[in-house]
Unconditional design. Sequence first.
Length: 250
Amino acid sequence: MPIALLCAIPPEWDHIRDAMTAPTPEAGVPFGCVRGTLEGHDVVLAEAGIGKVNTAVVASLLVERFGVRTILLSGVAGGVDPGLGIGDVVVGTRAVQHDAGVASSGEFSPYQAGHVPFFNPTDEFGFECSSHLAAAAERAFSAVELEPLSARAGGTGRTPKIAYGTVASGDQYIGCEKRRAEIHARFGALAVEMEGGALGQACRVLGVDWLNIRALSDLAGSTSQMDFHAFVHEVAASSALLLRRLVAAM
């Protein structure tokens, strides 16, 4: 059975498709999808589109149509940990949904997606990735040295870091220093994006393995939209490179 590779937008998809051997479009699916070989493995690459619903739907269809048992999500994200910079990569070993919760008395309290405290309460919050994939990623990436951002893209020669931890997801584009700081403080998140939390939840239900690899295209602040356009193509290459290293090690 193939390994599923999932992206949200074309700049993320392009780097992976270009590295595949004989990528062949799949007909009859309501999303961009090619099947081929990557690093010696049978893979199916899907472009889900932006957001949690798109991600959950496409993940479900990949399992149903192709029988995949592993889904690897690759792309870009906004950094929320002040210790990280544009070009760094976050391997999401845990996913939370920062926009799921209870609004009451003018306050918002995060809560596990799919639950409410007075109806189906749970002490759980977030979704852990597959431990064997996290371990495989650490082994595969231990000797990787990522290329600094180019001067054309504003690089200063700093070698990008690879960090492991929580990625927060929500159907909100974060371009606000206050909200960025809140997400980091409340969830201990390293990065924020719009898909990984849904993938974690869907894969829990579907019983399949998953991992999320994100290169930081911006820092989720007031300049994030300008930074995203400046850096997205270049930093997406880093997440695609690490994805290839992980697939090769599987």
